[in-house]
Design a protein around this ligand. Structure first.
Ligand code: UD1
Ligand code: UDP
Length: 371
C-alpha cells in the first residue's frame, strides 16, 4: 500500500475496552499513515463516557446501544446490525476490537461478514471452559477465529493460539492496559479525599461484577467481607459497585450498613488507579484489575475458580481463591497475619508488558500493510 492511509476503525463499548483501546486510538491518530475512525457501541454508557473524557477521545460514531439490564440477544443483534451500516459506509481497511465482550465478539463477526481485515487486541486468552467466564470465553474464540492479526499480551496467549492450529498473524505485544495505567499514574493526579478513607486502617479494595458470580457466589463474597471486618478491627473495605443492577441488588442488602465497609459508585479510572495504589489487598473477579495490580505491586485474590490470566499466578502476585466464604476469609487472614506471605505476593513481577504495547501494535499494522 503506497501513499494511501490505512483506514483503521477501532470498535469498543465497555469500560475495560475503553481503558485498553483509548491509548491505541491516541497513538494511531498521531501517525499520518493512519486514518482513524473511532466507533463506540456504548454497550456501557456512563462507565464508557468517563474513560473517553479522561483520554479526551471523541468517537466518530456513537451507536448508543446500552439499555437498562440488557440481555445478550438484543445487545448482540443491535451490535451486528448497527456496525454493519457503519462498516459498509466507512469501508475500513482494518478494524480493531479488544478482548472478549459482546461488543468485541459481534463487531468482529460483523466485520468478517463485511470482508474487512480484523485485528484482535488482547488475543489468545483462554480458560478452555466455555462456561467460565460466560459468555466471554466464547467471544474470545469467535474474535480470534476471524482475526488476521492477533496481538497477544504474553507468551502463554501466543501458545494458546499456536496450539489451536493458528499459523499466521500471531504477535506478542504486551497488554495495552499497562500503557493506560502508566499514562494515568504519571499524568493524571487525583485526590481521594471525597471518599473519606480512614488513613490509619488497612484498605481492602473489592470489585465483583461477573455474570457467573451473580446470586449465591456474590452473596458468599459479601458474607466473607462481613466476617472479615468483624474479625479485624484495623481494616476497611471499599467496594465501588458496578452499575449492573444484578450486582447492586445482591450487595446492598448484605453490605449496605456494615461498619468499615464502604459501598461507593464506580470510580473514574484515574482515582481508581490511585485507590489501587493505596490498597493493602485487592479482592476482585475483574480481568483488568488482575493485570494492573501486579504492576502496582498490590497482592490480588481472585474471586473465581478459573482464570484466563495465569501468568501473574505463576509469578506469585495473584492467587485464585474462588467464591467460597471460608476460603476467602482464610486467604485474606493469611495475608493480614503473615508478613512473609504478604511480602512474597507484593514483590512479584508484572507479566503483562512494558507499557509500549500500542507502539508495537502500530508497527505490526504498518508492516502488515507494507507501509
Ligand atoms: C460487560 C461485559 C463483561 C465485562 C464488563 C466490564 C459482556 C457480555 N459482558 O459486563 O465481559 O467484564 O462489561 O465491566 O460483554 N450499566 C449501566 N451503565 C454503565 C454500564 C452498565 O447502567 O455504564 C448497567 C446497565 O443496566 C446494563 C448492565 O449494567 O444493561 C449490564 O451491562 P452489560 O454490558 O450487559 O454487562 P456487564 O455486566 O457490564
Ligand atoms: N475500574 C475503574 N473504576 C472502578 C472499577 C474498575 O476505572 O470503579 C477499572 C479497572 O482499573 C480496570 C477496569 O476498570 O482497568 C476493569 O473493568 P471491569 O472490572 O469492569 O471489567 P473486566 O476487566 O473484568 O472486563
Amino acid at each position: 500500500m503506497t501513499n494511501k492511509k490505512i483506514k483503521t476503525a477501532l470498535v469498543f463499548g465497555t469500560r475495560p475496552e475503553a481503558i485498553k483501546m483509548c491509548p491505541l486510538v491516541k497513538r494511531l491518530k498521531e501517525n499520518n499513515n493512519f486514518e482513524v475512525v473511532t466507533i463506540v457501541t456504548a454497550q456501557h454508557r456512563q462507565m464508557l463516557d468517563s474513560v473517553l473524557d479522561l483520554f479526551e477521545v471523541v468517537p466518530d460514531y456513537d451507536l448508543n446501544l446500552m439499555k437498562p439490564n440488557q440481555d445478550l440477544w438484543n445487545l448482540s443483534s443491535e451490535i451486528l446490525l448497527s456496525t454493519k451500516e457503519v462498516f459498509n459506509k466507512e469501508k475500513p481497511d482494518l478494524i480493531l476490537v479488544h478482548g472478549d465482550t459482546t461488543t468485541a465478539g459481534l463487531s468482529a463477526l460483523s466485520a468478517f461478514y463485511s470482508r474487512i481485515k480484523i485485528g484482535h487486541v488482547e488475543a489468545g486468552l483462554r480458560t478452555f471452559n466455555k462456561d467460565y467466564p460466560f459468555p466471554e470465553e466464547i467471544n474470545r474464540v469467535i474474535v480470534d477465529s476471524v482475526s488476521d492479526l492477533m496481538f497477544c499480551p504474553t507468551d502463554r496467549a501466543m501458545e494458546n493460539l499456536e496450539n489451536s492450529g493458528v499459523k499466521n498473524g500471531i504477535y506478542k505485544t504486551g497488554n495495552t492496559v499497562i500503557d493506560a495505567l502508566l499514562y494515568v499514574v504519571e499524568n493524571k493526579k487525583t485526590s481521594l479525599d471525597y471518599i473519606n478513607l480512614n488513613p490509619s486502617l488497612k484498605t481492602i479494595l473489592l470489585t465483583s461484577h461477573r455474570r457467573e458470580n451473580f446470586g449465591k457466589p456474590l452473596e458468599s463474597i459479601c458474607f466473607a467481607i462481613k466476617e472479615l471486618v468483624e474479625k479485624y478491627e484495623d481494616i476497611q473495605v471499599v467496594y465501588p459497585l458496578h452499575l449492573n443492577p444484578n450486582v447492586r441488588n445482591t450487595v446492598r442488602p448484605i453490605l449496605g450498613n456494615i461498619k468499615r465497609v464502604r459501598l461507593i459508585e464506580p470510580l473514574d479510572y484515574a482515582p481508581f488507579c490511585n485507590l489501587m495504589k493505596q490498597s493493602h489487598i485487592i479482592l476482585t473477579d475483574s480481568g483488568g484489575i488482575q493485570e494492573e495490580a501486579p504492576a502496582l505491586k498490590i497482592p490480588v485474590l481472585v474471586l473465581r475458580d478459573e482464570t484466563e490470566r495465569p501468568e501473574a499466578i505463576k509469578y506469585g502476585g495473584v492467587k485464585l481463591v474462588g467464591t467460597n466464604k471460608d476460603n476467602i476469609v482464610k486467604n485474606v487472614s493469611l495475608l493480614l497475619d503473615n508478613k512473609e506471605e504478604y511480602e512474597k505476593m507484593s514483590k512479584s513481577k508484572n507479566p503483562y508488558g512494558d507499557g509500549r504495547a500500542c507502539e508495537y501494535i502500530e508497527k505490526i499494522i504498518l508492516d502488515y500493510f507494507n507501509v
